[in-house]
Design a protein around this ligand. Sequence first.
Ligand code: ADP
Ligand code: UDP
Length: 234
Amino acid sequence: MIKGNLLYEGKAKTVFETDNPNELLVYFKDDATAGNGAKHDIIEGKGIINNKISEYFFKQLKDRGIKSHFIEKIGEREMLVKKLDMIKLEVVVRNIVAGSLVKRLGLEEGTPLTVPVVEYYYKSDELGDPMLNRYHIMALDLAKIDELNQMEHVAFSINTILREILKAKNVDLIDFKLEFGRFDGEVILADEISPDNCRFWDIVTHEKLDKDRFRQDLGGVKEAYKEMLDRLTM
Ligand code: ADP
Ligand code: UDP
């Protein structure tokens, strides 16, 4: 594999072309941002940990029949993936109230939801990722109805799988964000699954082991990410 031109520099990752037109190289950076880029810091070694955690989850999901863009981890910060035609949506699944739901619905953080909830956000930095419903998505032609149904079905399956894996590691899955893209007429999972885009709490102490440590200035950000990696892989 030969690393090609820079395709896209994001907030947490950089994407490069490769000599294979169907494959991309994803480089995990140490940058942490919140509030649509308003808050920024470098968390030394975060990229290395997120690459490892994402590799772990993509492999676990593959073993349970969930396809993703993941091909292989090729360096401590680098992952080879299938190049997808990305769907400009963030698909959020929630089990327990946290983050924006606290403010929007006036519920207390930590309140269990009686059924898992799915939400869609338009991936647009200029607009600040506004929430969309299924009709907005179809009206904006961001995804077809069958693609939307596929994404929702896969997102709930992933929720069930991740909750089971994490429960065995004494971790509650509060919520998480997924991205999907098209490949060969199919909608498949993309991006990453890491403490940057999931909320993980210790089941007993409710200690936060995710990016909320950065968002809320709780300290011990890197230690929390490392703790998640150790619990998952040791
Ligand atoms: P952001 O764009 O929110 O700043 P990142 O820093 O994580 O996010 O950048 C990674 C970018 O790569 C995102 O825009 C994401 O949608 C895109 N991406 C992830 N997986 C793939 C893939 N398999 N093919 C094409 N693009 C991808
Ligand atoms: N999330 C994400 N990227 C975003 C917004 C949210 O990865 O641009 C994740 C976040 O880490 C959490 C879930 O999606 O696990 C729900 O986030 P929420 O809507 O509560 O937004 P927040 O207040 O965290 O921005």
